[in-house]
Unconditional design. Structure first.
Length: 268
Protein backbone atom coordinates (compact mmCIF):
# COMPACT_ATOMS: atom_id res chain seq x y z
CA UNK A 1 0.00 0.00 0.00
CA UNK A 2 2.90 2.35 -0.72
CA UNK A 3 2.12 5.75 -2.26
CA UNK A 4 3.92 5.17 -5.62
CA UNK A 5 1.80 2.07 -6.22
CA UNK A 6 -1.45 3.34 -4.72
CA UNK A 7 -1.54 6.51 -6.85
CA UNK A 8 0.20 5.26 -9.99
CA UNK A 9 -1.18 5.95 -13.47
CA UNK A 10 2.04 4.99 -15.24
CA UNK A 11 1.50 3.45 -18.67
CA UNK A 12 -2.23 4.12 -18.62
CA UNK A 13 -3.80 5.45 -21.82
CA UNK A 14 -5.88 8.57 -21.28
CA UNK A 15 -8.14 10.66 -23.52
CA UNK A 16 -8.79 14.23 -22.37
CA UNK A 17 -11.25 16.36 -24.30
CA UNK A 18 -10.27 20.02 -24.26
CA UNK A 19 -6.90 18.84 -23.01
CA UNK A 20 -4.84 21.60 -24.61
CA UNK A 21 -6.08 24.61 -22.64
CA UNK A 22 -7.26 25.69 -19.21
CA UNK A 23 -8.30 23.02 -16.74
CA UNK A 24 -7.87 20.36 -19.43
CA UNK A 25 -4.21 21.27 -19.84
CA UNK A 26 -3.73 21.23 -16.07
CA UNK A 27 -5.08 17.69 -16.01
CA UNK A 28 -2.95 16.69 -19.01
CA UNK A 29 0.18 17.89 -17.24
CA UNK A 30 -0.68 15.82 -14.19
CA UNK A 31 -1.02 12.60 -16.17
CA UNK A 32 2.07 13.29 -18.28
CA UNK A 33 4.18 14.01 -15.19
CA UNK A 34 3.18 10.60 -13.85
CA UNK A 35 3.99 8.53 -16.91
CA UNK A 36 0.66 8.18 -18.73
CA UNK A 37 0.11 8.18 -22.48
CA UNK A 38 -2.27 11.08 -23.07
CA UNK A 39 -4.40 11.90 -26.10
CA UNK A 40 -5.77 15.43 -26.17
CA UNK A 41 -8.49 16.70 -28.45
CA UNK A 42 -10.27 19.94 -29.29
CA UNK A 43 -11.14 21.90 -32.41
CA UNK A 44 -8.10 24.18 -31.95
CA UNK A 45 -5.37 22.24 -33.72
CA UNK A 46 -2.77 24.96 -33.10
CA UNK A 47 -3.37 24.92 -29.35
CA UNK A 48 -3.17 21.12 -29.34
CA UNK A 49 0.17 21.19 -31.16
CA UNK A 50 1.58 23.77 -28.75
CA UNK A 51 0.33 21.77 -25.75
CA UNK A 52 1.82 18.54 -27.07
CA UNK A 53 5.21 20.20 -27.53
CA UNK A 54 5.13 21.38 -23.92
CA UNK A 55 3.84 18.09 -22.52
CA UNK A 56 6.33 15.91 -24.40
CA UNK A 57 9.18 18.17 -23.30
CA UNK A 58 8.26 17.67 -19.65
CA UNK A 59 7.61 13.88 -19.80
CA UNK A 60 7.97 11.16 -18.73
CA UNK A 61 4.61 10.40 -20.30
CA UNK A 62 3.77 11.12 -23.92
CA UNK A 63 1.16 13.43 -25.46
CA UNK A 64 -0.64 13.00 -28.76
CA UNK A 65 -3.11 15.31 -30.49
CA UNK A 66 -6.26 14.33 -32.37
CA UNK A 67 -8.08 17.51 -33.47
CA UNK A 68 -11.86 17.27 -33.46
CA UNK A 69 -14.78 19.69 -33.25
CA UNK A 70 -16.99 17.94 -30.72
CA UNK A 71 -20.00 20.03 -31.71
CA UNK A 72 -20.04 17.88 -34.85
CA UNK A 73 -21.17 14.27 -34.51
CA UNK A 74 -19.01 13.32 -37.51
CA UNK A 75 -15.92 14.66 -35.73
CA UNK A 76 -16.75 12.65 -32.61
CA UNK A 77 -16.94 9.53 -34.76
CA UNK A 78 -13.67 10.39 -36.50
CA UNK A 79 -11.97 11.01 -33.15
CA UNK A 80 -12.85 7.60 -31.78
CA UNK A 81 -12.02 5.83 -35.04
CA UNK A 82 -8.59 7.45 -35.04
CA UNK A 83 -8.07 6.48 -31.41
CA UNK A 84 -9.05 2.89 -32.22
CA UNK A 85 -6.45 2.83 -34.99
CA UNK A 86 -3.73 3.79 -32.52
CA UNK A 87 -4.83 2.00 -29.36
CA UNK A 88 -6.41 -1.34 -28.49
CA UNK A 89 -7.73 -0.06 -25.18
CA UNK A 90 -8.42 3.07 -23.15
CA UNK A 91 -7.97 3.25 -19.39
CA UNK A 92 -9.21 6.76 -18.60
CA UNK A 93 -11.60 9.17 -20.33
CA UNK A 94 -11.72 12.75 -19.04
CA UNK A 95 -14.70 14.65 -20.44
CA UNK A 96 -13.52 18.21 -19.95
CA UNK A 97 -14.53 20.17 -23.08
CA UNK A 98 -17.12 22.80 -22.32
CA UNK A 99 -18.52 26.18 -23.24
CA UNK A 100 -20.34 28.99 -21.49
CA UNK A 101 -22.69 31.80 -22.44
CA UNK A 102 -23.45 34.76 -20.22
CA UNK A 103 -26.24 37.16 -21.10
CA UNK A 104 -29.10 38.92 -19.34
CA UNK A 105 -32.29 36.97 -18.69
CA UNK A 106 -34.51 39.07 -20.93
CA UNK A 107 -32.28 38.62 -23.97
CA UNK A 108 -30.86 35.16 -23.30
CA UNK A 109 -31.05 33.45 -26.72
CA UNK A 110 -32.21 30.06 -27.90
CA UNK A 111 -28.85 29.55 -29.58
CA UNK A 112 -27.10 29.66 -26.20
CA UNK A 113 -29.02 26.63 -25.02
CA UNK A 114 -28.29 24.69 -28.20
CA UNK A 115 -24.58 25.46 -28.10
CA UNK A 116 -23.91 24.98 -24.39
CA UNK A 117 -26.07 21.92 -23.82
CA UNK A 118 -24.66 20.21 -26.90
CA UNK A 119 -21.03 20.42 -25.78
CA UNK A 120 -21.39 20.33 -22.00
CA UNK A 121 -23.94 17.54 -21.74
CA UNK A 122 -24.96 15.84 -24.97
CA UNK A 123 -21.41 15.30 -26.23
CA UNK A 124 -20.27 13.89 -22.90
CA UNK A 125 -22.75 11.08 -23.48
CA UNK A 126 -21.82 10.81 -27.17
CA UNK A 127 -18.07 10.51 -26.60
CA UNK A 128 -18.52 8.22 -23.60
CA UNK A 129 -20.84 5.92 -25.54
CA UNK A 130 -18.44 5.74 -28.47
CA UNK A 131 -15.42 5.10 -26.23
CA UNK A 132 -17.11 2.40 -24.16
CA UNK A 133 -15.73 -0.56 -26.16
CA UNK A 134 -12.19 0.81 -25.74
CA UNK A 135 -12.80 1.37 -22.03
CA UNK A 136 -14.17 -2.13 -21.58
CA UNK A 137 -10.98 -3.51 -23.13
CA UNK A 138 -8.94 -1.28 -20.82
CA UNK A 139 -10.69 -2.49 -17.69
CA UNK A 140 -9.01 -5.33 -15.80
CA UNK A 141 -11.30 -7.73 -13.99
CA UNK A 142 -10.33 -9.06 -10.60
CA UNK A 143 -9.12 -12.65 -10.41
CA UNK A 144 -9.73 -14.65 -7.25
CA UNK A 145 -9.68 -12.16 -4.40
CA UNK A 146 -8.09 -9.46 -6.56
CA UNK A 147 -10.08 -6.28 -7.15
CA UNK A 148 -8.82 -5.67 -10.68
CA UNK A 149 -8.52 -2.21 -12.18
CA UNK A 150 -11.71 -0.75 -13.67
CA UNK A 151 -11.56 1.76 -16.48
CA UNK A 152 -12.37 5.31 -15.41
CA UNK A 153 -14.52 8.14 -16.68
CA UNK A 154 -13.99 11.54 -15.05
CA UNK A 155 -16.46 14.26 -15.99
CA UNK A 156 -15.53 17.86 -15.30
CA UNK A 157 -18.57 19.55 -13.82
CA UNK A 158 -18.92 22.81 -11.92
CA UNK A 159 -20.02 24.24 -8.60
CA UNK A 160 -22.44 26.28 -10.73
CA UNK A 161 -24.34 23.02 -11.19
CA UNK A 162 -24.73 22.77 -7.40
CA UNK A 163 -25.07 26.34 -6.12
CA UNK A 164 -26.81 29.28 -7.81
CA UNK A 165 -24.25 31.56 -9.48
CA UNK A 166 -24.57 35.32 -9.41
CA UNK A 167 -23.75 35.55 -13.12
CA UNK A 168 -26.48 35.04 -15.70
CA UNK A 169 -25.19 31.79 -17.19
CA UNK A 170 -28.47 29.92 -17.35
CA UNK A 171 -27.57 27.24 -19.89
CA UNK A 172 -24.17 26.58 -18.31
CA UNK A 173 -25.57 26.03 -14.82
CA UNK A 174 -28.31 23.77 -16.14
CA UNK A 175 -25.87 21.80 -18.27
CA UNK A 176 -23.53 21.15 -15.34
CA UNK A 177 -26.37 20.11 -13.05
CA UNK A 178 -27.48 17.73 -15.78
CA UNK A 179 -23.93 16.44 -16.18
CA UNK A 180 -23.66 15.66 -12.48
CA UNK A 181 -26.81 13.55 -12.60
CA UNK A 182 -25.90 11.96 -15.92
CA UNK A 183 -22.64 10.85 -14.30
CA UNK A 184 -24.58 9.12 -11.53
CA UNK A 185 -26.82 7.36 -14.04
CA UNK A 186 -23.80 6.25 -16.08
CA UNK A 187 -22.04 5.08 -12.92
CA UNK A 188 -24.93 2.69 -12.30
CA UNK A 189 -24.98 1.27 -15.81
CA UNK A 190 -21.26 1.28 -16.62
CA UNK A 191 -20.16 0.11 -13.18
CA UNK A 192 -21.62 -3.25 -14.18
CA UNK A 193 -19.22 -3.18 -17.14
CA UNK A 194 -16.22 -2.50 -14.88
CA UNK A 195 -16.07 1.23 -15.67
CA UNK A 196 -16.38 3.84 -12.93
CA UNK A 197 -17.89 7.28 -13.55
CA UNK A 198 -17.24 10.25 -11.28
CA UNK A 199 -17.51 14.03 -11.49
CA UNK A 200 -15.35 16.90 -10.32
CA UNK A 201 -17.48 19.96 -9.56
CA UNK A 202 -14.80 22.58 -10.05
CA UNK A 203 -14.79 26.04 -8.53
CA UNK A 204 -12.76 28.95 -9.89
CA UNK A 205 -9.49 28.15 -11.68
CA UNK A 206 -7.33 30.22 -14.02
CA UNK A 207 -8.76 29.59 -17.49
CA UNK A 208 -9.96 31.41 -20.57
CA UNK A 209 -13.55 30.83 -19.48
CA UNK A 210 -12.90 32.41 -16.08
CA UNK A 211 -10.45 35.14 -17.18
CA UNK A 212 -12.91 38.06 -17.43
CA UNK A 213 -14.68 37.13 -14.20
CA UNK A 214 -11.43 36.81 -12.26
CA UNK A 215 -10.17 40.11 -13.62
CA UNK A 216 -13.24 41.90 -12.27
CA UNK A 217 -14.09 39.89 -9.15
CA UNK A 218 -11.04 37.92 -8.01
CA UNK A 219 -10.79 39.48 -4.56
CA UNK A 220 -14.52 38.99 -3.95
CA UNK A 221 -14.37 35.38 -5.16
CA UNK A 222 -11.37 34.57 -2.97
CA UNK A 223 -13.06 36.17 0.04
CA UNK A 224 -16.09 33.91 -0.46
CA UNK A 225 -13.97 30.73 -0.33
CA UNK A 226 -13.00 29.38 3.12
CA UNK A 227 -9.47 28.57 1.93
CA UNK A 228 -9.12 32.10 0.59
CA UNK A 229 -7.81 31.32 -2.89
CA UNK A 230 -8.77 30.00 -6.31
CA UNK A 231 -7.75 26.55 -7.49
CA UNK A 232 -4.28 25.58 -8.72
CA UNK A 233 -3.29 23.03 -11.38
CA UNK A 234 -2.22 20.61 -8.64
CA UNK A 235 -5.71 20.73 -7.10
CA UNK A 236 -7.61 19.50 -10.14
CA UNK A 237 -4.86 17.23 -11.50
CA UNK A 238 -4.45 15.61 -8.08
CA UNK A 239 -8.14 14.72 -7.91
CA UNK A 240 -7.99 13.19 -11.38
CA UNK A 241 -4.89 11.17 -10.51
CA UNK A 242 -6.61 9.89 -7.37
CA UNK A 243 -9.71 8.80 -9.29
CA UNK A 244 -7.65 7.20 -12.08
CA UNK A 245 -5.31 5.28 -9.76
CA UNK A 246 -5.74 2.27 -7.49
CA UNK A 247 -6.58 4.70 -4.68
CA UNK A 248 -9.82 5.64 -6.44
CA UNK A 249 -10.81 2.24 -7.81
CA UNK A 250 -13.81 1.85 -5.50
CA UNK A 251 -15.18 5.38 -6.01
CA UNK A 252 -18.14 5.31 -8.39
CA UNK A 253 -20.96 7.79 -8.86
CA UNK A 254 -19.39 10.53 -6.74
CA UNK A 255 -19.47 14.27 -7.31
CA UNK A 256 -16.38 15.75 -5.66
CA UNK A 257 -16.36 19.50 -5.15
CA UNK A 258 -12.95 20.99 -5.93
CA UNK A 259 -13.62 24.53 -4.78
CA UNK A 260 -11.91 25.22 -1.47
CA UNK A 261 -15.26 24.92 0.31
CA UNK A 262 -17.06 27.64 -1.62
CA UNK A 263 -20.35 25.76 -1.92
CA UNK A 264 -20.53 25.11 1.83
CA UNK A 265 -19.68 28.67 2.82
CA UNK A 266 -22.62 30.44 4.54
CA UNK A 267 -23.99 33.38 2.57
CA UNK A 268 -25.38 35.26 5.58
Amino acid sequence: MDIPTLFSVRNKTVLITGGGKGIGLMISRGFIANGAKVYITSRDATALSTACDELNAMGPGTAHAIPADLYKLSDCEALVKELEKREERLHVLVNNSGSNWGEGYDSYPESAWDRVLTLNLKRVFTVTQMCTPLLERGAVKGVGEGVGDPARIINIGSVDGIAVPALETFAYSASKAGLHHLSEVLAHHLGKRNITVNTLACGPFESKMMAATLKKMRSHIEASIPLGRIGTPEDVAGCCLFLASRAGAYVNGATITVDGGGVVSPKL
